[in-house]
Design a protein around this ligand. Sequence first.
Ligand code: FAD
Length: 420
Amino acid sequence: MENLWQQCQKTLSCEQLENNIDTDVAIVGAGFTGLSTALHLAKLGVNVTVVEAQEVGYGASGRNVGLTNAGLWIMPSETERLLGSQQGRELNQLLIDAPKYVHQLIQEQQLDCDLMTNGTLHLAHSKSALSYLKDRQAQLTEYGAQIEYLDQQQTFAKSQAEGYHGALMDLNAGTVQPLKYCLALARLAQQQGVKIYQKSGITQIEKKADKFVLNSAKGQIKANKVVLATNAYEQYLNNNNKLFTPLYFCQLASEPLSKEQREHCLPDNNGCWDSGAVMRSFRTDSAGRLIVGTVGNIHTNGAKAFKQWSEHVVKNTFPKIGKLEYSYGWSGCIAKSHNNIPQVLELEKNIVQVVGYSGRGIAGGTVVGRELANYLNGNISQAQLALPVNKAKNISFNQVRAAVYEIGCQLSHISDHLIR
Ligand SMILES: Cc1cc2nc3c(=O)[nH]c(=O)nc-3n(C[C@H](O)[C@H](O)[C@H](O)COP(=O)(O)OP(=O)(O)OC[C@H]3O[C@@H](n4cnc5c(N)ncnc54)[C@H](O)[C@@H]3O)c2cc1C
């Protein structure tokens, strides 16, 4: 089964790196982080080259759910506890304001990415989750987020989803077709003068005199500064693979629903996720397909079990829409950092890496790119970056942890047939 997002028209034109190039800043990886850093640097007048091993949006940026969420998974108070009050507050503010920034960028630049700005729903899967959601609402509101608490009836009226006890509606958040957003960022960066090369994996980075030399199979880039924006999809370089636990998230997309089915399934097209320990997501796309998501890797575990699980979930959650045929199914890898906070590493002067969005990197990656651009251009100091720098921790036995998560999720999906 294929990734639905990949079915969009890709009118982006990028060559393969086949010669030797000089640039001020070389960016490795063409996802939200790399492209946003490139765009914002180019706007500051910097000469930038982006180099991508596969195609633009090949990584998590072209595989995710598409929720332009505010903040981190963890509570704002937890971010403050982990980073200290000042940096914690700065990072919370940056990420809570991030959806507004992304929506504004998309609207001002007329980026073609199926943006819906009608709010997202964080659904309470149990009564006990309601107090967590109310606490989250109070904390996010302190930072200026516009979040409404919906009781059970209001939640059902908005979503038509059965089995949920309430929800938070974030009025500043929304959905995008994530790969289209990524491609649109790439086009915008190109319009600002950024050179983007595809199918040109960087296999080695060397320091020669005061320049970095980035080698690919057929070409070479000499740069004064380097950004490694490879996150969970790093190939060849092996710089960051101990810094996150790889967690897979799978999505299945149905055939377009009929008008009648639409009335009984997310009638207002709100993107949703729930508070379950093994999270579920529901959203629609511009063609009116239902896209159901959960933790797990469809590419290794096979589509059959996920389809059966989804049939069960849809029957209980949207009982009036009947059985669905699934045309698309795919998974992507989330880089979960040791504390669920994205990490900046300055490997040495003028070479930085970002890793560990922990499943919150659409709006996050976009504003982190803007911050990095300001840092690399000397507009802000390292101390003024809202993100933690050089505080990332190696995660011991991260592959074992990932395998345990994966098995736990599969068991939870099986038990869903009995208890949820
Ligand atoms: C299934 C899933 C669902 C998610 N849902 C959401 C959501 O709803 N909302 C949200 O905010 N976030 C979500 N996320 C998180 C979000 O998608 C990521 O945090 C974000 O896309 C990370 O972007 P990035 O640019 O840092 O990395 P990526 O998009 O992964 O890009 C890294 C790129 O680097 C390239 N690369 C690697 N090595 C090399 C090399 N040596 N040379 C050249 N190029 C290289 C890769 O090919 C890749 O294209 C989700 C993630 C997943 C996987």
